[in-house]
Design a protein around this ligand. Structure first.
Ligand code: UFG
Length: 324
């Protein structure tokens, strides 16, 4: 298949491009390089275009025949979404609507959409499955849920086939392929923790010590970015026999607290993690853990990196010598 990977210069998108290429697909990456890295586009051609610029999107589709689109372009910082909601609704909702309209004009009728655990808001169950209530608590999660709704409506109206993949905490890297996690600013736990190891003068801040969890720090479900990538390939295959709009939660189903991640990183690296307590970060739910049985049953998805140490080892390989 010839696949358009929108946002393919970013963290998850670049790993998906790598796996699609390895499975024999032809990849074209569309990215505005606002947060992505040209160095991460190592599989397929890079088209610089912006989902908020319809002319640039039209130009990217002109003369091409894409079999499907995988869509990763998004603003994705929870805290920033609270202070700048218009930017989030514009980029994530209006930008996606632009992309869907251009796809329709060019008769591309399949999309895999990068969604998030943030569509659920504060969990009301220990394990979050697809039927869990969707009540986002920040504009980021709300913007992703709006797109999920658009895709469901487009399935009815236009016959668009879609799969929404709701990632829990994407983590890890593929250092041997020269790709890994590199955000500016970096807000995620594992990169910040590994940077603190490399530069002990800037200790990791542990946000909140009084959550209702066994050690008082937040619990998350860390899922390897290559396992996420594998789910995208399966989602593409799934659409062959499944018209309509579908959604799957992707996580390992096991939660680790911030302190457990710190201790696991110390075991993996053999180095002490310098850290200090800090106040709670706004918008952080205490516990987010996925129930991914639907992805296992229907997509045949089975994550390879099931232990937190496996995930951390690959992230450490990248952070010791990042290529960008
Ligand atoms: N944390 C720290 N110190 C840091 C960074 C993070 O203690 O320097 C803590 C956070 O408070 C949180 C945990 O580590 O408890 C994980 O934080 P991340 O920023 O790595 O990830 P989030 O759980 O905030 O983000 C994930 C997804 C988002 C999604 C969000 C929903 O990456 O896409 O869950 O809450 F929106």
């Amino acid at each position: 298949m010839h696949l358009l990977v929108c946002g393919g210069a970013g963290y998850v998108g670049s790993h998906v491009a790598r796996v699609l290429d390895a499975r024999g697909h032809r990849v074209t990456v569309l990215d505005n390089l606002s947060t992505g890295h040209a160095e991460a586009v190592r599989w397929g051609r890079l088209v610089e275009a912006d989902i908020l610029d319809v002319d640039s999107l039209e130009a990217a589709f002109h003369g091409q025949r894409f079999d499907a689109v995988l869509h990763f372009c998004a603003r994705s910082l929870v805290g920033e979404s609270v202070s700048a909601p218009y930017d989030y609704y514009e980029n994530n909702v209006v930008g996606t609507l632009n992309l869907l309209r251009v796809m329709r004009r060019h008769a591309v009728d399949r999309i895999v959409f990068s969604s998030t655990a943030a569509v659920f808001g504060n969990p009301v169950a220990a394990l979050i499955d697809e039927d869990h209530p969707k009540a986002p608590i920040n504009p980021y999660g709300a913007s992703k849920l709006m797109v999920e709704r658009m895709l469901a409506d487009a399935a009815h109206a236009y016959g668009l086939r879609s799969v929404c993949l709701r990632y829990f905490n994407a983590a890890g890297a593929s250092a041997e392929d020269g790709i890994g996690e590199s955000h500016k600013p970096e807000t995620h736990l594992i990169p910040n923790l590994l940077r603190a190891l490399i530069n002990p003068a800037a200790p990791l801040k542990v946000f909140g010590q009084d959550y209702p969890t066994p050690d008082g720090t937040c619990v998350r479900d860390y899922v390897h970015v290559l396992d996420l990538a594998d789910a995208h390939v399966r989602a593409l295959d799934h659409m062959d026999g499944a018209p309509g709009a579908h959604a799957f939660n992707l996580g390992n189903g096991t939660g680790f607290s911030v302190m457990q991640v710190i201790r696991a990183a110390e075991r993996v690296t053999g180095l002490p993690v310098p850290f200090e307590p800090a106040p709670r970060r706004a918008g952080d739910p205490p516990v987010l853990v996925a129930a991914s049985q639907r992805a296992r049953d229907i997509l045949g998805w089975s994550p390879v990196y099931t232990g937190i140490e496996d995930v951390l080892r690959t992230a450490w390989d990248w952070h010791r010598a990042p290529a960008f």
